[in-house]
Design a protein around this ligand. Structure first.
Ligand code: ADP
Ligand code: MG
Length: 334
């Protein structure tokens, strides 16, 4: 059952990331719909083969919280990774379409991600390294699964440069160059949960004025990368110009994090390291237990932060496990 590119029929594109693109394809011999991720790798053939070998670990990753793996192959100059297709897409796409996600669903997401991370680490000693809403997928069976975890050291090295744009979910200790641990994934989970519950990236807070329509549009525009994913210098300049004009128009002025879209990547990284962690706000809008859970994901000091396994015992997560919330019914609403 070796996968070959010739057996795959392209249906349509599902999305693009920093490393490449993802297409919905049909494996014609077996009539199976798959998601094919195409990663452009600028590496020697030997390195490519090594990556392919390392990816085979994914065959052994069997969990209801992990995207299943059909296989990978080299299609020069790309590496193609074929995985389970999730018909409702990623959670970033969902909130950009329907707005802030119901906190009951966010609780189910927390549970699924913690289960997935615990499985990867306990069974395979794998640390995910890229938890964010676009790597949490959902389907109409009501399943929530994580994808794009760091199985291949070589792959991580080969595309390390292009990953700069996703560093916005990075924990303070990672930004400061410390060793990656499962607790770094917990930080990224905390940021992701706030993003889902609020319907916007937490660091792009324009708390100083809610009435600013253009900022609001910015926040909702589906074409726009969340937060501060890599922006061209031109775009940055254009935005700065716009911001300066706005400043002149209003005497009010804009605080540094007011309209986080205007922060440079460096400013954002400094912000994550130096400022208090974001929280599920405004106070009282969400259940106390949800607020407390997010706070415990976002301890800036990794020693204070719990592991995914420990967090599975948190009351909010236990509550989500036993809650009767119907994800299948929810999936049918969009
Ligand atoms: P990123 O995760 O940074 O958005 P990717 O290249 O990993 O970039 O994925 C691009 C998009 O493709 C994702 O945002 C997601 O919406 C979609 N996608 C990825 N994998 C799948 C899958 N298995 N099933 C359905 N959609 C997927
Ligand atoms: Mg991804």
């Amino acid at each position: 059952h070796d996968l070959r590119n010739e057996d795959l029929k392209d249906l349509h594109e599902l999305g693009q990331g920093n490393g490449g693109s993802v297409k919905m394809v049909e494996h014609v011999p077996t009539n199976t719909i798959m998601a094919k991720k195409i990663v452009l790798i600028d590496a020697k053939p030997a390195v490519r083969k090594q990556i392919l070998r390392e990816l085979q670990i994914m065959h052994d990753c069997n969990s209801q919280y992990i995207i299943s793996f059909y296989g990978a192959f080299i299609s020069d100059p790309n590496i193609c990774i074929c995985m389970e297709f999730m018909d409702k897409g990623s959670l970033d796409g969902i909130y950009k379409k329907i707005g802030p996600i119901d906190v009951d669903v966010v609780g189910k997401v927390a549970l699924a991600v913690l289960e997935g991370l615990t499985y990867l680490y306990d069974v395979h000693r794998i640390i995910h390294r890229d938890i964010k809403p676009s790597n949490i997928l959902f389907n109409s069976k009501g399943q929530i699964k994580i994808c794009d975890f760091g199985v291949s050291g070589e792959l991580i090295n080969s595309i390390a440069d292009t990953f700069v744009g996703t560093s916005t979910y990075m924990s303070p200790e990672r930004i400061q160059g410390a060793q990656y641990t499962v607790k770094s994934d917990v930080w990224s989970l905390g940021i992701s949960l706030i993003e889902l519950a609020l319907g916007r990236f937490p660091f792009s807070d324009s708390a100083s004025d809610d009435s600013d329509l253009s900022d609001f549009e910015n926040t909702l525009s589906p074409s726009r990368p969340r937060g501060l994913a890599l922006r061209s210098a031109e775009e940055a300049r254009a935005e700065k110009e716009k911001r300066d004009k706005k400043k002149k128009r209003k005497s009010k002025g804009v605080s540094l994090q007011g309209g986080g879209m205007t922060m440079s990547i460096l400013e954002l990284l400094q912000h994550i390291v130096n400022e208090p962690a974001p929280r599920l706000t405004p106070e009282g809008r969400f259940p106390k237990e949800a607020e407390d859970f997010v706070d415990s994901c976002l301890f800036k000091e990794p020693d204070e932060r719990k592991t995914p396994k420990e967090l599975l015992k948190h009351p909010w997560v236990e509550g989500s496990r036993t809650s009767g919330f119907d994800l299948v019914a929810w999936a049918s609403t969009f």
